[in-house]
Design a protein around this ligand. Structure first.
Ligand code: FES
Ligand SMILES: [Fe+2]
Length: 431
């Protein structure tokens, strides 16, 4: 681990999130300040479990994929023994990436610079013109460096740069139950990601995407044109969609969970997602494997945020990668449900593309909002962002989770409480 950075004395980290009984505010500099961004990377991103990939992407021995852990390049690979490894994609000679492809199948990685060769478990097995190093040069310490921690939950691969981090299952806590419902949309309990990636980069802070994925307040306004299209096509009546979204007194809700996790939950479907409830054969298959008593929980539509870098949406996994305070890369990765008809999966995919794809009616609206957000917060004199919506009607559930109306800012508050807690833990360690 690198040494903790010296805090910028002009910024009081404790004063960036103001959590009062009837008001919750966040200082807009959390989206603009370069020093805070570097603290976030070190105090949050380098010490958290981060989603790095899915087991289905490296199914066979020899399969690999490259990605980043926070901002550090890594290789995930499945060895001959079937186990998954994560190692830094950095040659032990002079630091070039040893694997340039995003995914593939290989027994070895050959560094493009001076031709050092590593087995897919990271062991150095060849050096070009080796005699130049003499007999005393010890190659046993020149294997690719393993990522300190790697664990898998329900096919989701997480890694962490901090060797002391708590076990993944402990970190997930009550969020694991929601991941189970998400994965058990499959009658065989397995989701796969094999349908490619839609990647976009927006000129805004990473936390705007986090705030938005569990924001049930904006849909009627930001996605109004999509609702009108649904109306015109006869899919769903505009008034019905608006009524469903705004209704108070249903099980629709937004939740704030421990560790900054959160979710948006709607029992009667969400815009741009697939209506499973109407498919009798599919429901029957779920009942046979998972039991009738779990059906309603499994079919409830959710956007699940696992802080700080991944969302599980009904139709896809969404991964956030901060590039700078004002630049973020997002991977939207459609899911395939194992154990159901390909035709049904194809219909899901088309539905997904309609709302979340590159030329969709939904995700593109949100990206425009992130740009407006980033532009607006440059007016630093106005200082505060308000996240008070629903504070007065929030309640505490049986696992300690906070529950609000689906249009409330309950998950965003959970996220910023954790953000501040983690940033302050770093402060104590630095001092
Ligand atoms: S940098 Fe990899 S072989 Fe030289
Ligand atoms: Fe949206």
């Amino acid at each position: 681990m690198r040494a903790a950075p010296t805090p910028d004395p002009s910024i009081d980290v404790a004063g960036l999130v103001i959590d009062e009984p009837h008001r919750f505010r966040v200082d807009g500099r959390v989206h603009t300040d370069a020093h805070l961004f570097s603290l976030e990377m070190q105090r949050i991103w380098e010490r958290s479990w981060l989603y790095v990939g899915h087991e289905s992407e490296i199914r066979q021995p020899g399969d690999y994929r490259t990605t980043v852990l926070g901002r550090q390049p890594i290789i995930l690979s499945r060895g001959e023994d079937g186990s998954i490894r994560a190692m830094f994609n950095r040659c032990m000679h002079r630091g070039a990436v040893v694997c340039r492809a995003e995914r593939g199948h290989a027994n070895h990685f050959r560094c493009p610079y001076h031709n050092w060769v590593y087995r897919n478990d990271g062991t150095l097995v060849g050096m070009a013109q080796k005699s130049g190093y003499g007999d005393s040069f010890d190659t046993s310490e020149m294997n690719l460096v393993a990522v300190p921690r790697l664990e898998v939950y329900r096919g989701l691969i997480f890694a962490c740069l901090d060797p002391e981090v708590i076990p993944l299952r402990d970190r997930l806590g009550p969020t694991a139950w929601y991941i189970d419902q998400w994965a058990d949309r499959s009658p065989v309990g397995r989701i796969a990601v094999t349908e490619g990636v839609h990647r976009y980069q927006y000129p805004g802070n990473w936390k705007f995407q986090l705030e938005n994925g569990v924001d049930g307040y904006h849909g009627n306004y930001v996605h109004e044109s999509f609702v009108k299209i649904l109306n015109r096509s006869g899919d769903r009546k505009q008034q019905e969609v608006v009524r469903t979204r705004n209704r108070v007194g249903s099980n629709n809700c937004a939740k704030g969970l421990p560790h900054g996790d959160g979710l948006l939950e709607r029992e009667d479907g969400m815009l741009g997602t697939f209506d499973y409830a109407s498919l009798d054969d599919y429901r029957q298959a779920l009942v046979e494997t998972h039991g009738q008593d779990r059906l309603a929980d499994i079919l409830t539509q959710r956007n699940i945020l696992i802080f700080p870098n991944v969302y599980l949406f009904e139709s896809h996994i969404r991964v956030m990668r901060p590039i700078s305070p004002t630049s973020t890369l997002v991977d939207t990765i459609p899911t395939w449900i194992e154990g159901i008809d390909d035709a049904l999966n194809t219909r899901r995919l088309r539905e997904h593309e309609r709302f979340f794809g590159p030329s969709s009616f939904g995700a593109t609206d949100d990206i425009e909002i992130f740009v407006l957000n980033q532009t607006g917060v440059q007016a630093e004199a106005a200082r505060w962002l308000d996240f008070s919506r629903g504070l007065a009607r929030e309640r505490v559930g049986k696992h300690g989770e906070r529950i609000g109306h689906s249009t409330d800012e309950t998950p965003q508050r959970a996220m910023y409480r954790e953000w501040q807690r983690r940033m302050l833990v770093g402060e104590e360690m630095a001092s």
